[in-house]
Design a protein around this ligand. Structure first.
Ligand SMILES: *[C@@H]1O[C@H](CO)[C@@H](O)[C@H](O)[C@H]1NC(C)=O
Ligand SMILES: *[C@@H]1O[C@H](CO)[C@@H](O)[C@H](O)[C@H]1NC(C)=O
Ligand SMILES: *[C@@H]1O[C@H](CO)[C@@H](O)[C@H](O)[C@H]1NC(C)=O
Ligand SMILES: *[C@@H]1O[C@H](CO)[C@@H](O)[C@H](O)[C@H]1NC(C)=O
Length: 348
């Protein structure tokens, strides 16, 4: 793409505010943010993207890497970040000496973004599912980074965790039956132990969309889209009217089964595609994402934890045209490249 096009794009990004999702900021609401995936070759410049995010009142953003230009673009905006350490860096960070980890953190993160804008550092993403080769490095990298944050006196304000795919749990029906997959249990127990000890959240990527398209005989669209009028799934004294809650509570049950109660959960990705797949449409995506936002705004928890609203990050800011896998995986974007998306979301 030529420079002229990019500049044109950035101007239109700043000037157009047609998006109908409203990101709430009132207190008493659970944080709601958006993922800024960049597996694409046609995205606007980070500075334009930051303007788009700001003009839509979005206060929390998840980044998947530590690109300096992107980090700098958020500096001073008041937007709080979840910063992703890419999986490929785990062996380095797991084996680095204390001083090396500290200087890595300073020169790659805090040189570009003030510490008070960093909410979480997500160490790897779906490692146990996608990069099992790196599995043993997850907890070691986290512990090294923790020591570095401790040296900087930042362990109270910045929490470390490692987002997991739904596949780390098995037997998730009903949610109370869920257990961690025995093949990854030896890796996940030290992680959950760390999260428990350091009061950090278990991070999960939750996609009712995938569950729906892969199990249509058992999962209704209404259950996946939060539209079910009935409590579809009974689970002892609890009952579930949507798959999002059931998925989150499956992780909670699995953690409890290995002995850890009370570890908070943050949904680090959730979303619905707009095209190129079964049930993929603007309308269905709008219903799904709108419900996630509304529930965070209303501080709605899950049946196992009704008192705690769900902090969640919608996936994704833009379509990502270089994403591999199924075609619909490219189409989770909430905003068009021009900053406009006709996503009718009703908050009443
Ligand atoms: C961002 O983080 C800072 C430091 O932890 C905090 O003071 C501020 O309230 C946070 N902003 C939001 C929108 O949560
Ligand atoms: C460490 O940070 C806390 C806030 O999290 C602050 O109250 C305390 O004074 C700091 N300690 C030092 C030694 O800077
Ligand atoms: C909801 O529950 C009622 C009563 O149990 C039942 O008659 C109805 O068919 C259910 N509706 C759906 C959509 O499952
Ligand atoms: C939502 O997905 C269902 C199932 O594929 C489809 O039949 C329906 O047309 C979609 N709804 C809208 C409004 O796009």
């Amino acid at each position: 793409m030529s420079t002229i096009n990019i500049q044109h794009l950035s101007l239109s990004l700043i000037s157009i505010h047609l998006l109908l999702i409203i990101f709430p900021s009132s207190t008493g609401a659970a944080p709601i943010g958006i993922c800024y995936g960049r597996v694409a070759n046609n995205l606007p410049r980070p500075s334009s993207v930051v303007n788009l995010i700001k003009s839509n009142g979005i206060k929390y953003v998840r980044l998947f890497d530590i690109d300096p230009t992107t980090l700098k673009s958020f500096s001073g905006t008041g937007i709080n970040l979840t910063i992703g350490v890419p999986n490929e860096l785990l062996p380095f960070l797991a084996n680095a000496k204390e001083a090396t980890t500290l200087s890595w953190l300073q020169s790659n993160v805090f040189a570009h973004i003030p510490a008070n804008q960093v909410r979480y550092i997500a160490v790897g993403n779906e490692v146990f599912l996608k990069d099992p080769f790196y599995t043993p490095h997850v907890i070691t990298a986290i512990l090294n980074l923790y020591q570095a944050l401790k040296t900087l006196n930042l362990t109270n304000s910045i929490k470390l965790s490692s987002p997991q795919a739904a596949s780390v749990v098995t037997n998730s029906y009903p949610p109370s039956a869920a257990t961690f997959d025995p093949y990854i249990e030896s890796a996940i127990i030290p992680l959950v132990q760390y999260l428990y000890d350091s009061r950090s959240p278990f991070m999960v990527n939750v996609y009712p969309y995938f569950s729906y398209i892969n199990n249509k005989n058992h999962v209704s669209l209404d259950y996946a889209l939060f539209k079910s009028k009935n409590n579809t799934v009974r689970d002892g004294a609890l009952s579930y009217s949507n798959l999002f809650d059931a998925s989150v509570d499956a992780f909670v049950s699995a953690m409890e089964k290995v002995g850890f109660e009370g570890v908070p959960v943050v949904v680090t990705e959730t979303g619905w595609p707009t095209k190129a797949g079964e049930a993929a449409s603007d309308e269905n995506a709008s219903v799904y994402n709108g419900n996630v936002v509304r529930r965070a705004a209303d501080d709605v928890g899950t049946p196992r934890r009704p008192e705690t609203g769900m902090e969640a990050y919608l996936f994704d800011l833009f379509d990502e045209n270089k994403k591999g896998g199924e075609e619909y995986e490219k189409h989770f974007g909430i905003f068009g490249l021009d900053g406009v998306k006709a996503y009718d979301i009703d908050f009443n």
